[in-house]
Design a protein around this ligand. Structure first.
Ligand code: NAP
Length: 244
């Protein structure tokens, strides 16, 4: 199949392109650096011409209220072009439990992205993943100063981006789910404990202070981000990934 991977130069997108091509498909990465701007629609008809499937792995440049506008405009443009091109399958990547965290603008934006896809005319699949291992450093440093790192005890179940990419590629090669597949890492951590493991692995001697009001994940209900019933559970543990 010919598969247009929008956001195909990003962390997940670049891995998805590699997996799809290794499976005998013709996956083409698209992004602003290749001439496609999903916000304006520039280059979109050309990117979708002759494609059987599109995979949208773009990300908003900010995680604040502006992300709602980003996902609304990009999805409206995408669905209009996909409908015109007669595409048979559109795939997006969202976040496990996003609908349970209305206090975070970015999570509301991901639910909006899902809702636009679900209510559109194009057969679709949604993959929802938990937080990537690659994202943990940013979560830890968000509330850090020179001596301490403040983190809430929010439960998380992080996953290697490589295994998210495998799942997205598998779904993209199959029939539309007309629904959602959840994927999560093998272990549940309290974020403050995960912070301690992460700092120790980096030889960073700062102290982790448990603060349930600190940082992005303070707004998260206790178990909202944990794997739901029926979720695919990935194999790679955080400790294995850190040791690579
Ligand atoms: N981080 C997490 O823990 C997590 C968890 C679950 C789900 N997700 C979701 O996973 C998805 C992919 O994340 P990621 O970390 O792979 O993102 P990323 O590395 O930031 O890559 C984003 C991609 O989007 C492209 N892009 C940005 N603006 C664009 C535009 N206007 N038009 C076309 N392409 C545009 C970028 O192109 P350039 O490289 O040219 O800028 C890049 O290819 C996101 O939707 C995110 O919500 C993330």
């Amino acid at each position: 199949m010919k598969i247009a991977v929008i956001g195909g130069t990003g962390l997940i997108g670049s891995q998805v392109v590699t997996i799809l091509n290794a499976n005998g498909h013709e996956a083409v990465p698209h992004s602003p650096s290749t001439g496609l701007d999903l916000l304006t629609g520039r280059g979109l008809p050309e990117a979708l011409r002759g494609a059987d499937v599109l995979v949208n792995l773009t990300n908003s440049p900010t995680f604040d209220d502006a992300s709602l506008g980003f996902f609304r405009s990009t999805m409206d443009n995408l669905l209009a072009a996909a409908t015109a091109a007669g595409l048979g399958h559109a795939v997006i990547l969202s976040i496990v439990g996003a609908d349970e965290v209305p206090g975070l603008a970015y999570y509301r934006a991901k639910v909006l992205q899902e809702d636009i896809l679900k209510s559109g005319p194009v057969p679709y699949s949604i993959v929802r993943a938990t937080q990537f291992f690659e994202f943990i450093d940013a979560a830890v440093s968000e509330t850090a100063d020179e001596k301490t790192v403040r983190l809430p005890a929010t439960l998380v179940q992080p996953i290697a981006s490589a295994e998210v990419a495998e799942e997205v590629a598998e779904v993209s090669m199959g029939h539309p789910l007309h629904g959602t597949r959840n994927i999560a890492g093998p272990d549940v951590f309290a974020l403050d404990e995960l912070g301690k493991i992460t700092l120790a692995a980096h030889g960073d001697h700062r102290i982790v202070v448990t603060d349930n009001g600190a940082g992005t994940f303070a707004a998260t209900p206790h178990d909202a981000l944990i794997a739901k019933d029926g979720a695919v559970i990935a194999k790679t543990t955080y400790q294995e990934w850190l040791a690579r």
